[in-house]
Unconditional design. Structure first.
Length: 175
């Protein structure tokens, strides 16, 4: 099972897990000997402590998947770095302070872009994802802000009738 999951969750192994008819819980821990400080990039293997992060992943056969990741805290051993303690990072799998995996966030963002709020929630419920319309729209907005930083501009066009059959108006907005 660890071989199968190692392709999905790099540098993580399943220590144990359990399942019910509607839920699978996997306890994961890191296989790396250390981690890099997010500020200075210095490699360290000096462990301070550990804690558990509970995150949601993509459902499997209409069964909710919850991951309990054992994350470690490390001492930064670089004397010139102002950060003394930092949490273990899982790039490409789990971002800082996120409660959903990166791949689940990508799926939700695509659904938000494609369908928007309420229709996106309806599709997510059919897929077994628990999400609100506000979360889907927030993901679209976050992605749009990042796109603006890259120099991409979006134009919105809206037509309406002042008086049907007689006068029409059009507005062009730089979104």
């Amino acid at each position: 099972m660890n071989k199968l999951l190692s392709s999905v969750f790099p540098e993580l192994i399943v220590s144990h897990g359990y399942s019910t008819s509607s839920l699978v819980v996997l306890h994961l821990s890191s296989t790396s000997s250390g981690n890099r400080c997010p500020d200075c990039g210095h490699w360290t293997s000096r462990v301070h402590s550990h804690y558990h992060r509970t995150v949601e992943d993509i459902p499997m056969c209409d069964i909710q998947v919850v991951l309990r990741v054992r994350a470690r805290k490390f001492f930064c051993t670089n004397p010139h770095c102002h950060r003394r303690i930092f949490s273990e990072r899982f790039p490409g799998f789990l971002e800082s302070s996120q409660r959903k995996t990166t791949r689940l966030n990508k799926i939700m963002t695509q659904i938000g872009f494609s369908l928007g709020g309420n229709p996106g929630v309806a599709l997510c419920q059919r897929l077994g994802l628990s999400v609100s319309k506000d979360t889907l729209l927030r993901r679209v907005q976050e992605k749009s802000v990042k796109a603006d930083d890259e120099g991409i501009s979006v134009v919105g066009i809206d037509d309406w009738a002042y008086k049907r059959g007689q006068r029409y108006g059009t507005i062009i907005v730089d979104l």
